[in-house]
Design a protein around this ligand. Structure first.
Ligand code: PLP
Length: 394
């Protein structure tokens, strides 16, 4: 289990509440530093690429870059974002099952990162538009893992990667196409908390080694849940890389930022239907994880209230699924009191969206003395910025 927020961060949050509109995301930079050190020291000698999808804010990327992290991306937008944060193409890896001609042409103009090919068709297209590019080939290890089905990307029935039986031939095909085939990529899924999943992957790689000689790079992806100790996983991962005579790369996202972040919302009504609800100004559009993954996030009241009771916490959308947590025991609040959803730093703001014209929340990071603005609250007028206000035709 991740630890609760530091008391001084909670005090700073209460101060921030007086200064910015809710809902907002807030991050404790000390926690980011602690997690970055933990992963750097467990994986000393490996290259670590931070998975932007967990939280792509430029200020965070810059911080991790100066600490020696590379960037793992899954779209041309994320690649350009990482360049905007100061990364060089050789510090960036591009994943993702679909790389369109338009995306590859953009990379030709802006600088190509290391590409992870996901299929034979991907290889052909990369070879045509970015001849001689450096490429890893993604393996589908065909392993069921212990996480939410939406997060299990390494299952045999998922759409990702090339199955072990075909992997060596497809890898050779990349070479024949003139690509610099640098190695193998495999990612099991996200939010893995069972070390047995990592061990099972090593067995798959052991078996594959009979058909694949040496690799330049063994990229074992991300997926490290907050309950895992990276130091206990690293030795087996290093020894697998040595067996392939490859450099070890990893791509943690969640582990670096999840427990540093909270989502803060205010309570605007208390009411009973057949259940007892608190109605908040944040819901699924600000924080999708509870709806998409059934994720449960601990809730910290930022008020001292009356008698404790059990509440469901619902958002402002007209969707009965817009419930961020159920059966949460809290002190009875007053209207306008605030609470924080913990461990919301990863896949929180990154997944916020504009359904129902809800602007995306502001984001702020506490450096021990001051709040740094990571993203201003989205303005209402930005919501229709890209729509013609006069008829427009093609
Ligand atoms: C290819 C790849 N690498 C890394 C990650 C990061 O995963 P996590 O944030 O769980 O570490 C993901 C996320 O699913 C991914 O798809």
């Amino acid at each position: 289990m991740p630890s609760p927020p530091r008391p001084q961060f909670v005090e700073a949050l209460k101060d921030l509440l007086e200064r910015v509109p809710t809902p907002f995301y807030a991050y404790d930079l000390e926690r980011v530093g602690t997690q970055a050190r933990l992963y750097r020291s467990a994986f000393r000698g490996a290259r670590i690429f931070y998975a932007l999808k967990a939280n792509p804010r430029l200020r965070l990327l810059e911080r991790l870059r100066v600490r020696g992290f590379g960037a793992e991306t899954v779209s041309v937008g994320e690649v350009l974002r990482s360049y905007a944060a100061g990364y060089m193409p050789e510090e960036v890896v591009l994943n993702g099952p679909v790389k369109t001609p338009a995306a590859l042409a953009e990379l030709e103009r802006s600088g190509a990162p290391t590409l992870v090919a996901d299929s034979a068709a991907d290889l052909e297209r990369i070879a045509r538009i970015l001849p001689g590019a450096g490429v890893l080939l993604r393996l589908n290890p065909d392993l069921p893992v212990d996480t939410h089905p939406h997060l299990a990307t390494g299952r045999g029935d998922s759409q990702f990667g090339v199955v072990p039986g075909e992997w060596p031939e497809v890898f050779e095909r990349g070479r024949a196409l003139g690509l610099v085939m640098r190695g193998l990529h495999v990612h099991l899924g996200s939010n893995l908390n069972n070390p047995a999943d990592f061990a099972a992957r090593l067995e798959v790689l052991d078996r594959l080694r009979e058909r694949v000689e040496r690799l330049g790079v063994l990229n074992l992806g991300g997926g490290f849940g907050l309950g895992l100790d990276p130091a206990s996983l690293a030795p087996a991962m290093f020894s697998q890389a040595r067996a392939y005579r490859a450099e070890l790369w990893i791509e943690p996202g969640r582990a670096l930022i999840a427990d540093a972040g909270v989502l803060v919302a205010r309570i605007w009504a208390e009411k009973r239907t057949r259940r007892r609800y608190l109605l908040l100004d944040a819901g699924m559009t600000a924080f999708l994880r509870p709806l998409l993954y059934g994720a449960r996030h601990q809730v910290l009241p930022l008020y001292s209230g009356g008698r404790r009771a059990v509440f469901d916490l619902a958002g402002p959308a007209c969707e009965s699924g817009d419930v961020l947590a159920r059966d949460v025991e809290l002190p009875a609040p007053r209207i306008g009191d605030a609470l924080a959803f913990l461990w919301a730093g990863a896949y929180g703001s990154a997944m916020s969206f504009n359904y129902l014209d809800h602007p995306r929340p502001g984001e702020y990071a506490w450096n021990g003395e001051r709040w740094e603005v990571w993203r201003r609250p989205e303005s209402l007028s930005a919501l229709w910025r890209d729509e013609p206000d006069q008829p427009e035709y093609l």
